[in-house]
Design a protein around this ligand. Structure first.
Ligand code: ZN
Length: 242
């Protein structure tokens, strides 16, 4: 009887083992389908993302475009080809996100022609060298990586221009030296803001748009008063030649 009982137990265990193996064998089939079905939708939706995220990490290290930067069309209806990205911070400037109101600005909001980047570098370096006691100047939105529409869909008031790599928002230096936008004209160090404006004019930019209440002046053809510019000046350069 004992032998028979042992045999029965062994057989039963064997059966359980088979059943167990069978159930394990049945589990994998349901599993593979999910990956298979989730993967196909994945690539189409995630494939566009790598181009968006790749420049974020690689462009600071490899800013070299394949050809000269080109500003296509108009600042209010245009595109940017072979643009360059402004580094998020430097000794002379910090980038400022006007929507989240923080440093730095997001990578996809600070692109321009190589000429615009060079102009910003040169002017801000000379201004800072003249005022070493001051912190860096804040630079806000420029253009998107390939230019194009940059309106309120991208947050805040958005921009009618800033479409072809020729525009940059440059925040006025604050009298209290705080690294924030000057939300009220009374916060602006007017003399230092005027000096910054003068340096952009001397650099040969096409326009500098300034606010109605900050009292900045310059050549009429270049310096123009415009609403919504009481905390920053909007610099527009001439398109690069060629
Ligand atoms: Zn602007």
């Amino acid at each position: 009887m004992r032998v028979a009982a042992i045999i029965i137990v062994v057989v039963a265990l064997g059966l359980l083992g088979v059943v167990g193996a069978g159930s394990r064998a049945q589990v994998p089939p349901p599993d593979p389908p999910p990956p298979v079905t989730t993967d196909p939708p994945g690539p189409p939706t995630t494939a566009p993302e790598p181009p968006a995220t790749t420049p974020v990490t690689t462009t600071p290290a490899t800013p070299a475009p394949t050809g000269p930067s080109r500003a296509i069309g108009q600042p209010w209806h245009g595109q940017l080809v072979n643009g360059a990205q402004l580094p998020e911070v430097s000794a002379d400037w910090l980038t400022w996100d006007p929507v989240f109101k923080q440093i730095p600005n997001r990578p996809e909001r600070r692109w321009g022609t190589a000429k615009l980047i060079a102009t910003l570098r040169r002017v801000l370096a000379s201004w800072h060298a003249a005022h070493p006691e001051m912190p860096q100047i804040l630079i806000g939105d420029m253009s998107r990586p390939q230019g194009g529409v940059f309106d309120k869909r991208y947050g805040g008031l958005g921009h009618a221009s800033h479409q072809n790599g020729l525009d940059a928002d440059v925040y006025y230096p604050r009298a209290d030296h705080r690294l924030l936008a000057a939300y009220k004209p009374s916060l602006v160090d007017r003399a230092l803001a005027q000096d910054l404006l003068n340096r952009f004019v001397a650099a040969g930019v096409q326009f500098v748009f300034v606010g109605t209440r900050v009292g900045l002046t310059g050549p009429k053809k270049v310096v123009q008063v415009l609403a919504h510019h009481n905390d920053h000046m909007h610099v527009r350069i001439f398109p690069p030649r060629g």
